[in-house]
Design a protein around this ligand. Structure first.
Ligand code: SF4
Ligand code: SF4
Length: 144
């Protein structure tokens, strides 16, 4: 992986390893979403996917996630436009919109600590599916 590759390469030029490394591991995309039946609007909830470790904000079974959670999506370059629902802090969205990575991003700080401290991960903000009850009671709006 080239140093500072996110400055020097476009998304299309990045290797698969670099593409994967862009993910900050915030866990925001691992929260369940609902579609409003009246408006077709997509709304976010703070109900975490059953495989999300709500402390580390990482997937607890990344290798086998698609067989356990069929709705889990792989974010790929060719379908980036389909992921309009990604949070505005998401590295893929930021770079696709011509912005840079935030100062707390793990690629810039070397760990996820700064991201957690900046409140940019889902740590401490979500409930597991098993304890959530009705998802409609957990609709949220991301601040950023
Ligand atoms: S929202 Fe984006 S950066 Fe955060 S975990 Fe999901 S894909 Fe990675
Ligand atoms: S299966 Fe893993 S990667 Fe997929 S949404 Fe759930 S926690 Fe996230």
């Amino acid at each position: 992986m080239q140093a500072d590759f996110w400055y020097t390469k476009s998304l299309e030029q990045m290797s698969d390893q670099e593409w994967e490394a862009l993910c900050d591991g915030c866990g925001k995309c691992c929260l369940n979403k609902l579609i409003d039946e009246d408006t077709d609007e997509l709304v976010h909830t703070n109900v975490a996917c059953e495989l999300l470790n709500t402390h580390s904000c990482a997937c607890s079974n990344y290798e086998n996630r698609f067989s356990i959670v069929p709705d889990c999506l792989k974010i790929t370059r060719d379908k980036l436009d389909d992921y309009f629902w990604l949070p505005s802090s998401c590295a893929y969205r930021l770079l696709a919109e011509g912005q840079s990575l935030p100062s707390w991003h793990p690629l810039r700080t070397g760990s996820k600590s700064a991201m957690h401290k900046a409140g940019q991960s889902v740590r401490g903000k979500v409930v597991p599916e098993s304890k959530a009850g009705a998802w409609e009671d957990h609709i949220i709006t991301w601040a950023s």
